[in-house]
Design a protein around this ligand. Structure first.
Ligand SMILES: [Zn+2]
Ligand SMILES: [Zn+2]
Length: 314
């Protein structure tokens, strides 16, 4: 069961959410993100990281400037993932294209608490968050991402930005756990409700802020485990099934490890990943898990090579 808490002053919440709304909204259409086998200059290197030992993941060479290619091929996973009817997957040469209208194929609450863009400076009052019908707040938006089928593990990690960090089988987007570029507001931890209407729903998702004119901007996204998906695809006693793929090409899963044991952040590396067998990759693969125990509930950094444009919230 999810528990919702209001453990920060709402005023702080609204101000920070508004920052997120400003930073994360409106530019997703330009947010062309291509996973590529090129080094990223803004990576942070974690020297404590040891190279995962996996026959499927060539991680022995951390010099990304040469022509080594990955042994990892996620085609089987992309083909077997339980994509919704609202998702179009096109497998091409070394990459796949994900297209959807961004609206998840599962039920949503009737209303969300949504801040309104354009009302965030100077600090806003609580009346800046309003209960909005889901039909207004969650509108179709183009999600079109091309992601490599040959992800390359790198010792260097790349922080995830605000905005899309992955695509899910439901058609909606995965975000990291933060609402603001300073990484101070964790959506799941700081969730709250007014009169039974929540900021983040029971599937750990919600829409972006409303545009200044009061119209919805779509872009429903998850900040934690989407239970409404995992409840239907994860089997008792088994490792979770693919929820989707991060922009670096590695798959991500719900919270069940091998044998169905619940995995926690402490079981995973700094990017919420580990190497091991999954239903789709029985020989083992580097993959991420969403967790329920604490932040990061999703993924705060990529451990695969990824090229992310200077997007929102940087
Ligand atoms: Zn959000
Ligand atoms: Zn696992």
């Amino acid at each position: 069961m999810m528990t919702f808490q209001l453990n920060r002053p709402r005023r702080l919440f609204i101000a920070l959410t508004a920052v997120c709304a400003l930073a994360a909204c409106g530019s997703s259409a330009d947010d062309e993100i291509i996973a590529a086998a090129e080094p990223t200059n803004d990576s942070t290197v974690d020297t404590d990281t040891t190279v995962p030992n996996s026959s499927d993941t060539d991680t022995s060479d951390t010099d990304t400037s040469d022509t080594d290619s990955s042994d990892t091929d996620t085609t089987a996973g992309v083909e077997s993932a339980q994509w919704g009817d609202n998702v179009s997957i096109t497998i091409g040469d070394g990459e796949f294209r994900f297209e959807s209208d961004g609206i998840p194929n599962h039920e949503l609450p009737d209303q969300f608490l949504v801040p309104q863009e354009g009302s965030f400076s100077p600090p806003v009052g609580e009346d800046e968050v309003t209960a909005v019908d889901t039909s207004v707040a969650v509108v179709a938006t183009t999600v079109d991402q091309t992601i490599t089928l040959n992800p390359i593990y790198s010792d260097a990690t790349t922080d995830t930005n605000l905005g899309i960090i992955g695509v899910t089988i439901s058609g909606a987007q995965l975000f990291n756990d933060y609402e603001d570029p300073d990484r101070s507001f964790v959506a799941v931890d700081d969730n709250f409700s007014i009169d039974g209407i929540f900021f983040v729903d029971s599937c750990n998702g919600h829409p972006l802020a409303l545009a200044a004119d009061g119209t919805g901007q779509g872009t429903y996204h998850y900040h934690g485990i989407p239970y409404c998906i995992t409840d239907s695809i994860d089997a008792d006693g088994e490792h979770s099934s693919i929820l989707g793929f991060l922009l670096d090409g590695f798959p991500f899963y719900g919270p069940q490890d091998e044998g169905g044991a619940t995995i926690t952040s402490d079981d995973l590396d700094e990017c919420s990943g580990h190497v091991g067998p999954t239903p789709e990759f029985p020989d083992g693969i580097y993959h991420y898990h969403l967790t329920a125990d604490r932040s990061p509930y999703t993924v705060d950094c990529y451990h695969g090579e990824v090229e992310v444009s200077a997007g929102p919230g940087r």
